[in-house]
Design a protein around this ligand. Structure first.
Ligand code: 13P
Ligand code: SF4
Length: 305
C-alpha cells in the first residue's frame, strides 16, 4: 500500500521547498498540523527540534528530517545537565521554555511556548501569581522582562541568525530610507533592535502585519528576521518596499544555515523515506516532553480559537 506522505515547511526554507510542502507555517502552526496529520510519513523541512516536536505529538507517524545537520543554535548552546541544575536552583518558579529546544530540554519544562503565544502564556502565569524562569533565548526573555516589567531569571543562549541584527546599522539604513519607515522584528533579535520595532512577533505574526499594512505606498518596511520569509511577504504584498534589516551597514544577508540545508534533493529523498528518522526518543522522553507542549496547545486553542 502506498504510504501517505505529508511535507511540512517552515517560512525560512527556500521558495522551492515551500512550493513542495502541504503546509507552510510558523512553529505553532506546524506543530498543530503535525499533530493532526493523517500521515504514515511526515517530512519536516525545518530544523531538528521541529521534527522532534512533530514526532512527540504524532508518535504513530514516521518523522523524517531531510538533513541530519539541521540543528538550531538555541539547542546547541544549551547544555541540558547545566539546565537541570539551573532549574533546581529555582524550585518555586515555573520553567517556561521556548519551543526551540531539544526533547530533553522540553522534558525539564513546565510550559513550552512559541514566539506566537509567549507573551500571553507568561502574562497568564504572572496573573496567577506565579514566578517564572525562562529558557533558552536570552533575547526573547530580555525583551519580555523589558516590555512587561517582569524579573524572570534567564538562560543564556541566542539564535545565531537574529542576534546579528544591529542597532547602529539599522539607524544608518533608517537615515536614508525616506520619510515613512517601519521595522517589524522577530523576538529572537537583540533588545536594542526590538525597542525600535513597530511590531514584534512570530513569523506568521509579521506576515499578517505586512498583509494588513495600510500606510503610504512609499513606505520602507525593514524586516528583522531570516531572509526566507521575504518571499512570502513579497507574494502577499508585491506593492510594498520590503527590505531585510541590516546586520551591518550595507549588508542584508541573515540566512539560517540549518534551514537552508533543506535542499530540493534532500527533501525529495526524505519523501522517499531517506533522511534522519526521529526514532531515537524513548517513550518516557516523549511522554515527559509532550506534557508541557500539550499545555501550550490547549492554551492556544482556548485563547486563539
Ligand atoms: P516562528 O515560530 O516565529 O516561526 O520562529 C521559529 C524560528 O526558529 C525563528 O528563528
Ligand atoms: Fe534556530 Fe535561529 Fe535558525 Fe531559527 S533562525 S532555526 S532560532 S538558528
Amino acid at each position: 500500500m502506498t504510504k501517505r506522505v505529508v511535507t511540512l515547511a517552515h517560512y525560512y526554507t527556500q521558495p522551492e521547498i515551500q512550493q513542495m510542502a502541504d503546509k507552510v507555517g510558523d512553529s505553532l502552526e506546524l506543530s498543530l498540523y503535525a499533530k493532526e496529520a493523517n500521515a504514515d510519513i511526515i517530512v519536516f523541512a525545518g530544523v531538528r527540534f521541529m521534527a522532534e516536536t512533530a514526532k512527540i505529538l504524532n508518535p504513530q507517524a514516521e518523522v523524517i528530517l531531510p538533513d541530519a545537520g539541521s540543528t538550531c543554535s538555541l539547542v546547541t548552546q544549551t547544555d541540558v545537565a547545566a539546565l537541570a541544575k539551573w532549574r533546581k536552583q529555582h524550585p518555586d518558579h515555573v520553567h517556561v521554555s521556548y519551543i526551540n529546544s531539544s526533547a530533553e530540554h522540553k522534558a525539564l519544562s513546565d510550559w513550552i511556548v512559541t514566539s506566537r503565544n509567549v507573551d500571553d502564556i507568561i502574562a497568564h502565569l504572572y496573573a496567577e501569581g506565579k514566578k517564572v524562569i525562562f529558557s533558552p533565548d536570552r533575547n526573547m526573555g530580555g525583551y519580555l522582562n523589558y516590555q512587561y516589567g517582569y524579573d524572570m531569571p534567564l538562560w543564556s543562549a541566542v539564535c545565531e541568525v537574529h542576534d546579528k541584527f544591529n542597532e547602529a546599522a539599522l539607524d544608518e539604513a533608517f537615515a536614508v530610507a525616506g520619510a515613512e519607515k517601519y521595522l517589524i522584528a522577530h523576538p529572537e533579535s537583540p533588545l536594542p533592535v526590538l525597542k525600535k520595532a513597530d511590531y514584534v512577533g512570530s513569523t506568521s505574526g509579521m506576515l499578517n502585519w505586512v498583509k494588513q499594512f495600510s500606510g503610504s505606498p512609499d513606505a520602507v518596511i525593514f524586516v528583522a528576521t531570516e531572509d526566507g520569509i521575504l518571499y512570502n511577504m513579497g507574494l502577499a504584498r508585491p506593492d510594498l518596499d520590503l527590505r531585510q534589516a541590516p546586520i551591518y551597514a550595507g549588508c542584508q544577508c541573515n540566512s539560517c544555515p540549518y534551514m537552508k540545508m533543506n535542499t530540493i534533493e534532500a527533501v525529495k529523498r526524505a519523501q522517499q523515506g531517506v533522511g534522519l528518522r526521529i526514532d531515537y526518543l524513548s517513550r518516557e522522553q516523549m511522554d515527559a516532553a509532550r506534557l508541557p507542549i500539550e499545555r501550550m496547545l490547549e492554551f492556544s486553542q482556548r485563547y486563539y480559537a
